[in-house]
Each structure stands twice: as C-alpha cells, then as structure tokens.
Design a protein around this ligand. Structure first.
Ligand code: FES
Length: 137
C-alpha cells in the first residue's frame, strides 16, 4: 500500500467516525432517500438550493464505512458548488473523491449518496419520474 492511499484510508475512517453534515435540514429544497439493495443500507439526503447554488447539504442513515464516508465527503464537496457540478458527477468522480481503489462490489456503497442527491434533484426538477427510493445499481 502506498503512503498516498494510506492517507486516503485515514480520511475515509475519519469521515466515517465523524461524519460532516450528518443530520436533517428543517426546510430543504428537496429531500431524497436511496438504498443499496445488496445490503439494505439507506441514506437520506437534504439539499438547500439558492439560485443554482448548493447552499447546504445534510445526510443521515445507516451504512458501511465507504457509504457513510462518501456521503460525508460529498456533503462537503457540494456545499457551495453549483447544481451543474452535482448533475455532472459520475461514479468516477466519486471514486476520485474517495481516493482509494473500490472493488466492483463496493462501488454501489461509494456512489449511494451521490445517486440520491442527483436523483433527488432531477425529481425536484421534474426531469425524472418520482420514486420514493433510489436504488443503486
Ligand atoms: Fe451497505 Fe456499503 S455495505 S452501503
């Protein structure tokens, strides 16, 4: 293991143990929920938008270290970003954000929060059919 990936592993553990923006926003622009059907883990994401900018992000739920750390890191990355950044994010961006190799099995864990935030936005915009729960595949 290189020193670089060790640093990223520490960062993932830190986000897992001390998740940033964990909780609920009282009056968000949108809320959405998603689950990883492989394990049943669920994450809810609240987002506050202001004029095309992401003002605030919160998440809550249960999941493995990768899914929880990914949600925490995503919440930091998206706060202050434009909605375009969220819309354009894909799994490669999430893996890059995490900074570690993700096995194919764990990719669903890694992208869960990102998919929930993105789907929630598209449903809010009326661009996607409303579903109660997004499932990662
Ligand atoms: Fe459930 Fe990772 S094992 S989200």
């Amino acid at each position: 293991m290189s020193m670089g990936s060790d640093m990223y592993r520490q960062q993932i553990l830190d986000h897992y143990k001390n998740p940033r923006n964990y909780g609920e926003i009282e009056d968000p622009t949108y809320t959405h929920v998603g689950e990883n059907p492989m394990c049943g883990d669920e994450i809810a994401v609240d987002v506050v938008l202001d004029d095309g900018e992401i003002e605030q992000v919160a998440f809550r739920g249960d999941g493995c270290a990768i899914s929880q750390a990914s949600a925490s890191m995503l919440s930091e990355q998206l706060t202050g970003a434009s909605v375009e950044e969220l819309v354009e994010m894909d799994r490669d961006d999430v893996i890059e954000m995490l900074g570690v190799d993700i096995s194919p099995m764990r990719v669903k864990c890694a992208v869960l929060a990102e998919k929930v935030a993105q789907d929630g936005y598209e449903i809010y915009q009326g661009e996607k059919e409303d579903v109660d729960t997004t499932t990662v595949e």
